[in-house]
Design a protein around this ligand. Structure first.
Ligand code: NDP
Length: 464
């Protein structure tokens, strides 16, 4: 593992792409601000014939987006350059890697099919000792392809040198689950099916397609969001207590939780719902129907809203529905985890009404925390009402991609998705993928800007 001053060469393959510009470089900017002594050589690579100035311009404009001070940006500009490279060409890759020394990271910010071809090309190349590979999601398109991809990666480097990136694991709220759960006396004793009735993990976006049909129309909401992001967040939410915060513990405990996870009642049809948006208004903007967005093939039946209910079958969680939902063009833009507690076993006679459920809400982007409890402090003496204790958590100085890059640069895979974890996520959802492909689950509709299909108001998998 490198200390802050050990030199590392970070090569971004796909330097001209959306991810690099919008998330990766700004995330790196926050890391450089937090760790100004990071001894980093940054190389951008893509198959475009870019002059050096073009890459320098991109770095100059994108790094400060994450708060990197001008002086640190200028310092980094002295240690960055661009190379034109066809990453799928073994000869070009071999010659390029032979020219590098020290600790090298290859970050595949490439379309998934190109990443696969690039890794196949690397199988014919002498790789630098200790090479680290950072792989963007999706990790395959189903269980079989995820297994195939993992087998290919295993031929290149050791698993601890593979950093499958899911930036949700770098989100402050997700990391905060560890502190919230395991550093407080009051939560862990009630973090189980005896006390919790249901859990909802929701990541709804206000944004519609925003020109990303090329990627999204092939993926859809379930593969884009639930298959990776939300199942991983659920694993962090539900896992057993780690002995220490390290890669072995966290990743073992995550896979342990996921291996116990199954579709609600093992029924892919009853446990899942899908829908796509029709024309509507979002924040004053007119949004066309998804099927009318440029680049969308309506025959593909891609969903823009997906919901899957699962059960973690172990003594802590059996019988508790975990509802995972994500969609686009949704007016509310709800993002976070909602924990609904069971009612008290016995409420004394004399109150004029039944207490509502206690609810803990953990908001993601923005990071918030709220605990809603029953009280009878206000109004009529024995009327029970709800009181919310709410807090906005401070922003993390390092953005999620910065957190992820921190682990990669320092050789700590704690926040990287291990191969078996990626495979378990596909294993859980494969019956849903098949049921949707066979048309066994209807594709509902909702108006862009609404909160989803009207008929969806009752959560699946819950009798309440
Ligand atoms: P883009 O299509 O915007 O960028 C892809 C990049 O790959 C371009 O720089 C492209 O260069 C380069 N490229 C393609 N083929 C080759 C090749 N043969 N040799 C060298 N370079 C090549 O994709 P994104 O940036 O959107 O996505 C990249 C990855 O990140 C994907 O796996 C995606 O799933 C993941 N991701 C993206 C997010 C996002 O918001 N964009 C969010 C989370 C994950 P050229 O311009 O020359 O074609």
């Amino acid at each position: 593992m490198a200390d802050a001053s050990s030199p590392v060469t970070l090569v971004i393959l796909g330097a001209s792409g959306d991810l690099t510009q919008r998330l990766l470089l700004p995330g790196l900017g926050t890391l450089l601000k937090a760790e100004p002594d990071l001894n980093l050589t940054l190389i951008g690579a893509s198959n475009l014939d870019w002059p050096q100035e073009k890459w320098a311009e991109l770095v100059t404009s994108a790094l400060p987006g994450g708060g990197c001070p001008d002086a640190r940006v200028r310092q980094q500009l002295g240690a960055t350059h661009y190379v034109q490279l066809d990453v799928t060409d073994a000869t070009q890759m071999g010659e390029f890697l032979a020219g590098l020394s020290g600790q090298v990271v290859l970050y595949f910010a490439l379309p998934p099919a190109v990443t696969m071809k690039a890794c196949e090309a690397l199988a014919h190349v002498d790789l630098p000792a200790g090479l680290r590979l950072a792989i963007e999601k999706p990790f395959g398109t189903d269980l079989a392809s995820a297994q195939h991809f993992n087998a290919l990666l295993a031929k290149l480097v050791h698993e601890d040198q593979i950093f499958r990136v899911d930036h949700f694991l770098g989100k402050a709220t997700v990391l905060n689950l560890l502190g919230l759960r395991f550093a407080n006396r009051i939560l862990e004793p009630v973090w189980n099916s005896t006390n919790i009735e249901r859990v909802e993990l929701i990541s709804d976006e206000v944004l519609a397609l925003e020109g990303r049909a090329g990627y999204y129309d092939h993926a859809g909401a379930m593969k884009d969001m639930i298959q990776s992001h939300l199942l991983l967040v659920m694993a962090m939410f539900a896992m057993e207590e780690p002995a220490r915060l390290d890669a072995l513990e966290l990743r073992d405990l995550m896979v342990h939780t996921l291996r116990s996870t199954h579709l609600w009642q093992d029924d892919p049809v009853a446990s899942s719902r899908r829908a796509r948006y029709t024309a509507g208004t979002l924040a004053g903007r007119q949004i066309p129907s998804y099927v009318d967005e440029p680049g969308v093939d309506p025959e593909r039946q891609t969903e823009t809203l997906a919901e899957v209910t699962v059960e973690i079958r172990n003594s802590r969680w059996s019988g508790v529905p975990f509802r995972l939902r994500s969609g686009k063009a949704l007016g509310d833009g709800v993002r976070g985890m909602t924990v609904v507690f069971r009612p008290v076993e016995h409420q004394p006679e004399g109150f004029t009404n039944q207490a509502a459920r206690d609810v803990l809400t953990i908001g993601m982007s923005p990071e918030t925390l709220a605990l809603t409890l029953a009280t009878n402090a206000e109004g009529s003496r024995w009327d029970l009402e709800q009181t919310s204790l709410a807090a906005k958590l401070g922003d993390s100085p390092i953005r999620p991609y910065g957190q992820i890059l921190d682990g990669i640069i320092h050789g700590d895979p704690m926040l990287a998705v291990r191969g078996d974890v990626a495979e378990e996520c596909w294993r859980i959802l494969t019956p849903v993928v098949e049921a949707w492909a066979d048309g066994r689950v209807p594709l509902d509709e909702y108006r862009a800007g609404s909160s989803g299909p009207k008929a969806w108001s009752a959560p699946q998998g819950s009798d309440s």
